[in-house]
Design a protein around this ligand. Structure first.
Ligand SMILES: [Zn+2]
Length: 81
């Protein structure tokens, strides 16, 4: 999986989570079932994690230097000593 397909999948997952979050929250407001509120909060947590992974994937594209010790460019990880 190359760099752009990594972030494309993460963006796709983030968009899907947003749709699922909206659906679960709407269902909670329509029905008042507290389990749906809990599920929507779970999905909100998944959105946060996907956002964190997206930031990490973008940051790992940088070449390793003094301030970025690890890089994953070109499909392999490199470390700067
Ligand atoms: Zn989850």
């Amino acid at each position: 999986m190359n760099d752009s397909s990594d972030t494309r999948c993460l963006w796709l997952a983030l968009a899907a989570y947003l749709v699922v979050f909206a659906a679960k929250l709407s269902a909670y407001f329509a029905t008042g079932v507290v389990a749906l509120l809990a599920e929507s909060l779970h999905t909100l947590n998944d959105i946060f994690i996907s956002g964190f992974l997206l930031v990490a994937a973008v940051c790992s594209r940088k070449q390793a230097d003094a301030s970025h010790m690890c890089s994953a460019t070109g499909g392999r990880r490199t470390w700067r000593r």
